[in-house]
Design a protein around this ligand. Sequence first.
Ligand SMILES: Cc1ncc(COP(=O)(O)O)c(C=O)c1O
Length: 472
Amino acid sequence: MSTDPRYSPVLQDTVRHALAYLDALPRSSVSATATLEQLRERLGRPLPAGPSDATAVIDQLVRNVEGGLTGNAGGRFYAWVIGGSVPAALAADWMTSVWDQNAGMYAVAPAAAVVEEVCGRWLLELLGLPPSASFALVTGCQMAHVTCLAAARNGVLAKHGWDVEQRGLMGAPRIRVITGDQRHGTIERALRLLGLGRDCVIDIPVAANGQLTAAALAPVLAAAPSQPTIILLQAGDLNTGSFDPFPEVIPLAHQAGAWVHVDGAFGLWAATSPAHRHFCAGVELADSWATDGHKWLNVPYDCGYAFVTDRAAHYRSMGHHANYLTHSEAARDQVDWNPEYSRRARGFATYAAIASLGREGVARLVAGCCSHAHALVTRAGALPGVEVLHVPHINQGLLRFPDPAPGATEADHDKHTEALVAKIVASGEAMFACTTWQGKRCMRVSVCGWATSEADIAHAVQGIAKALRPSA
Ligand SMILES: Cc1ncc(COP(=O)(O)O)c(C=O)c1O
């Protein structure tokens, strides 16, 4: 045990706080209980004039954030696709801060660079993607989209003889981006950041099952056969978890010379579970993929992954050299593949998560969440006053609470659903959120925390039943 008085008291105190928080999680309110005013009052003190003891600072911070934390590290959080942290990843994340490596380059942080090399290889293998693809560990799926789409922008324009890194977009052949109309908002933001703008997007209405079909895509592709084109597909729609029909759509896109990018923020992880892998069939034919570690792999925030088959386009879009840097010939410099410069060594947590779970543990985690989501939706759906809109085939389901009043309209059902969800959230028993799907407000059920157990699901169903009782 360290005796360095600068570190020892505060770090030991922090371990105590961390364990107390984690021990209390199964019984704590999942939703925050403190109000905005309370949090501002507690935390918003004047700028401190002088130093304070580190342990006192941490004790005060822990006290002051109480009630202002959401319990997604525990097993009763189903509001959004937000995982917890498997213990090894959490510990590795602590060590990442202790080591405080700047993981931009091998020369600055050699172990971090090698760990990322290994993570890239492991992730490609786990997710069933081409082993030769390049990769980047980024802050989340949003930045994975930016990274992949920067490579796509480079690749499709290079085919038209345009070097976008040198010449920019002004005067460049216009890129069109074809996608289903249920795409995630981060896609559009990535396109805005890359200077492509919202107007480049052609939204195709998806089929009733949420899929972008080849029949719908073909005429759009044919309308401008020589235009540089990126096609965005989904592995896991945010509401229903639906997957686009990759084996039909990707070859069609490639025939038309398009780049295919896949948003697989969580759905790509279905490929790790033998029982769910078929949903991802053909996804490996795409040109780039974006996914998250902080969702289904359950590593701490923030962590996303970008993968690109055209390594040269990826390198051209991100590669960076400066004469004061020590570039490596033999090792992988992350700065050449990532949009950031100085960066957290987030590979350690990914490495530890995969090392602790192994291929089988990841598969069990993913399949377990799917079966919990199914149980939650079907059991809650069997309660009087609950309508099932989508039974999960992976980890996403949708429930609605119709207004029982005679003559209630769709708008009344929407309001009733929102009120019920607010009531469940306020109870602190389980956390859900509302979404709009096919024009209806409903309660989204997402299960992606490693800590969720059957007991948590039973607890959540009881919480829903309790909220449905008129007196509750
Ligand atoms: C389908 C999908 N794509 C992209 C994202 C964005 O991921 P991140 O928040 O990690 O940037 C999400 C996040 O919820 C998502 O569900």
